[in-house]
Design a protein around this ligand. Structure first.
Ligand code: FES
Length: 137
């Protein structure tokens, strides 16, 4: 299967690989796995007092598309409010990276990781966890 140039770019030069302090109150951590393939993604956000995401990091043990999806997601997350971040849809990632149909679940993993990180942050800060309907397209 041929990867798009954008996937290859993110795969060979991933943005924001790393770890934030998961014990910090300002950090939300999302850890999700794809049942389809066993790949695992951890995505973390650091949020300031105005609910704006100031930093994002990821570590993905998975295919090239999953690595590219999470790398792209961290780029998109920085500077967004946590409410804006909730609107990131896996199909936006599919479109940006030109993922083929068999790789759509890799982008779903990134969307789920974002939402799970936001919920972790919310719960840590006394907010209710949001119900997150899965948007498997
Ligand atoms: Fe499963 Fe890509 S093949 S995340």
């Amino acid at each position: 299967m041929a990867y798009s140039e954008k996937v290859i770019d993110h795969y060979t030069n991933p943005r924001n690989v790393g770890t934030l302090n998961k014990d910090s109150k300002n950090v939300g951590t999302g850890l999700v796995g794809a049942p389809e393939c066993g790949d695992v993604m951890r995505l973390q956000i650091e949020v300031d007092d105005n609910n704006v995401i100031t930093d994002a990091k990821f570590k993905t043990f998975g295919c090239g598309s999953a690595i590219a999806s999470s790398s792209l997601a961290t780029e998109w997350l920085k500077g967004k409010s946590i409410d804006e971040a909730l609107t990131i849809d896996n199909m936006d990632i599919v479109e940006e990276l030109a993922l083929p149909p068999v790789k759509i679940h890799c982008s779903v993993l990134a969307e789920d990781a974002i939402k799970s990180a936001i919920n972790d942050y919310r719960v840590k800060n006394g907010l209710e966890a949001l119900e997150l309907p899965k948007s498997h397209h």
